[in-house]
Design a protein around this ligand. Structure first.
Ligand SMILES: NC(=O)C1=CN([C@@H]2O[C@H](COP(=O)(O)OP(=O)(O)OC[C@H]3O[C@@H](n4cnc5c(N)ncnc54)[C@H](OP(=O)(O)O)[C@@H]3O)[C@@H](O)[C@H]2O)[C@@H](O)CC1
Ligand SMILES: Nc1ncnc2c1ncn2[C@@H]1O[C@H](COP(=O)(O)OP(=O)(O)O)[C@@H](O)[C@H]1O
Ligand SMILES: [K+]
Length: 477
């Protein structure tokens, strides 16, 4: 599990750590880790003679960058510092000078020929986008051929939320200290960070056990996924009911069932008007064309994909088993009805559906995904999976981390892929997973399957569904 903590928590942990250690030790650990990462990025034998530019703001983020610059200068790199902001970190600047580094007053000249740029303009102390004096320098850095390494986080992004409200410096890689920060796991800021490396500075013992945001890794998902045993039968493994599709959108039913069949439930029961299309494609499905409450026992329902104005939502919400509501099922969803349910509910809106549920604009949701997903979970008393470039999963209970999905590809923005996801997550719910585990492991497998089905090229929803078993195998092996 990768865990991320907000600034306030990091500051408190750092204060405890600093009280235990000689002054300046955490910064030296950060700078050593940063310099080592830069050496690895430059490659063996490439540090000596490398042209490195340090962009140093007025705070400790600049201090980290300057001390790392000093270490690189001692290994033979030519290091030039560009001082931005009201002052420079005294110790870092002195160390750089002692090591042979220089301060330049022509940032554009040195950036034009740089191999590597260290972005130490702002770290966790930055507020808002870059200030006007830093903007042209940041643009020149990005426009150069240099590899840009963000120190702790890309300057100009919001650390705690992943929002980017002004100008920020897009990095190729980020070296972050002590713990991930939420903004490094959530778009749009995540895209500014590039590949992220974590440097241990001894903070772990001082951080709370529950982070603000976390991202699953293979081994976490492997622990959650159901495994049949000798005593399993199709009913004990769980039956998932899928209420989806309409005369207009029969394909949504087929795709939701395709996802559900790969999710570990023992059987999939389809309820709705697209039974023929479903059976034609997946004869193993049990179909029923009456109301869901008369379809027979299920352990979890999925309702909504391609449903149009079709019936079924109220019936399913009145059941006493977990329910996942997606797509058309989310339209005009009554928070009081969801809150009154005795079994868990999972909502899986995309940004447009989330915006409608919250009564705000789609842009607002996309710019502030973390706030939106938390607000929806609290308002509906439900687990909420907010889809999009970073899929987030929030739980209704307080004191639980939001999960940011690290897999996926922008090619997933294709019609029907959300239907596959809802079927998959519903199946995992029926198999007995906790709602947040079902939702987040489904998003993880779905994103992995999309990448695996068609690396770097367009992918269809059917391809994603068909590749789910391979993604599952990757995770558990
Ligand atoms: N504490 C520790 O143990 C460790 C901390 N570590 C490191 O310290 C970093 C945090 O350092 P920090 O607190 O000094 O803040 P930091 O991010 O450098 O920026 C502060 C200054 O920037 C300015 N500024 C603000 N907004 C701006 C903007 N939009 N655009 C431009 N400038 C802006 C403003 O200064 P002003 O110019 O107003 O005087 C403000 O005071 C942390 O990220 C990590 O790298 C590591 O060494 C590990 C150990
Ligand atoms: N820009 C993007 N980058 C990565 N994944 C995306 C992006 N946009 C959408 N997705 C993913 O694609 C899927 C689309 O789901 P949805 O919007 O419900 O489409 P549909 O209703 O057509 O099935 C979701 O899993 C979502 O997270
Ligand atoms: K930075």
């Amino acid at each position: 599990m990768r865990t991320a903590h907000r600034v306030e928590t990091v500051r408190a942990a750092e204060a405890e750590l600093m009280a235990k250690l000689p002054e300046g030790t955490p910064m030296q650990r950060a700078a050593a880790g940063l310099a080592a990462a830069c050496c690895a990025l430059l490659g063996r034998g490439r540090v000596y003679g490398a042209r490195i530019v340090v962009l140093a703001g007025s705070g400790d983020n600049g201090g980290d960058a300057l001390y790392a610059g000093a270490r690189l200068a001692r290994r033979g790199a030519g290091v030039q510092a560009v001082l931005l902001g009201s002052r420079a970190h005294e110790g870092g600047l002195a160390a750089l000078r002692r090591a042979g580094g220089r301060v330049t007053d022509d940032p554009f000249e040195v950036l034009a020929t740089a191999d590597l740029v260290l972005d130490g303009i702002t770290g966790i102390g930055g507020r808002g986008g870059l200030r006007p004096d830093a903007v042209p320098v940041a643009r020149a850095a990005r426009g150069s051929n240099a590899f840009v390494v963000a120190v702790d986080l890309p300057s100009g992004v919001d650390v705690d939320t992943g929002e980017v409200t002004g100008e920020a410096l897009r990095a190729d890689a980020t070296v972050t200290f002590g713990t991930y920060k939420p903004g490094l796991l959530i778009d749009p800021a995540r895209e500014y960070a590039g590949a992220v490396r974590l440097v241990d500075i001894g903070l772990d013992d001082h951080l709370p056990s529950v982070p603000d945001v976390e991202a699953l890794q293979h081994e976490d998902v492997a622990r959650m996924l159901p495994v049949p045993t000798a005593s399993s039968d199709k009913y004990r493994r769980g039956v998932v009911g899928v209420v989806a599709g309409s005369a207009r959108y029969p394909g949504a039913a087929v795709l939701a069932v395709a996802g559900a069949l790969r999710g570990g439930a023992g059987a999939v029961r389809y309820v709705g008007p697209a039974g023929e299309a479903v059976i034609g494609r997946f004869p193993e499905t049990l179909v029923h064309d009456g109301p869901p409450s008369k379809a027979g026992r299920v352990q979890a329902w999925v309702v909504g994909p391609g449903l149009g104005d079709g019936p079924g939502v109220a019936d399913v919400l009145a059941s006493d088993v977990p329910v996942l509501v997606d797509a058309d099922g989310l339209r005009d969803l009554d928070a009081a009805v969801v809150r009154a349910r005795t079994a868990p509910t999972v909502l899986t809106p995309h940004a447009g559906e989330a915006a409608a549920l919250l009564g705000v604009s789609r842009d607002e949701v996309e710019a502030g995904r973390l706030r939106a997903v938390r607000e929806l979970a609290a308002r509906f008393g439900a687990t909420v999976l907010l889809k999009g470039s970073t899929t987030l999963v929030a739980s209704p209970e307080g004191g639980v981390a939001v999960r940011a999905n690290p897999t996926g590809t922008h090619w997933l923005a294709t019609a029907g892929s959300g239907d596959v996801l809802s079927g998959l997550a519903g199946s995992l719910l029926a198999a007995g997973l906790h709602p947040a585990d079902a939702a987040s492991s489904a998003a993880y497998l779905h994103g992995l399957a999309a990448r695996r089905a068609s690396p770097g090229a367009p992918v269809s929803a059917q391809d994603v569904a068909a590749t789910l078993p391979a993604a599952w195998r990757d995770v558990v092996s």
